[in-house]
Design a protein around this ligand. Structure first.
Ligand code: ZN
Length: 150
């Protein structure tokens, strides 16, 4: 029963992806692919005062990879860069089966739980989050007040 519900959430995001478009005002954009499956994800993010004001994606691939990217854009929008990094780390642990997902933190992402049982698909689910981490590399730290102690 629960599995069917999860499947529907994934298919819904796959068929009606959220925030799937270019972002002309993007501060950072990153692209990666998963050659094992043919998934391709480009993420665009507009940063505003250390927060992810807007996150969009473009790409193609299997339902898991596209649904995960769609959910990502909704999950991290409005979060600070640090919070987004934390969620990304937690999502990875969740996919590795070492973290029991907290519904408040994960929301619809919990629907990807079934993927944990299929190691070959984990890369599909994690791809968008890898791109996010890549995109956020080098951002955030500069805004720290202690960056220049002098
Ligand atoms: Zn895939």
């Amino acid at each position: 029963m629960l599995d069917d519900l999860y499947k529907e959430v994934i298919l819904d995001h796959y068929k009606s992806p959220r925030n799937k478009r270019e972002l002309a005002e993007a501060t950072v954009s990153c692209q990666q692919n998963n050659p094992l499956c043919g998934d391709d994800i480009t993420l665009h993010a507009r940063l505003d005062d250390g927060r992810l004001a807007e996150v969009t994606f473009e790409g193609q691939g299997c339902s898991i990879s596209q649904a995960s990217a769609s959910m990502l854009t909704e999950s991290v929008a409005g979060k600070s860069v640090d919070e987004a990094r934390e969620l990304s780390d937690d999502f990875r642990s969740f996919m590795q089966g070492v973290l029991e997902p907290d519904e408040d933190e994960f929301g619809e992402l919990i629907a990807l739980k079934g993927v944990v049982k299929y190691p070959v698909r984990i890369k599909c689910a994690v791809l968008a989050w890898d791109v996010l981490q890549d995109a956020l590399k080098g951002t955030g730290e500069a805004s720290g007040a202690s960056a220049h102690p002098s």
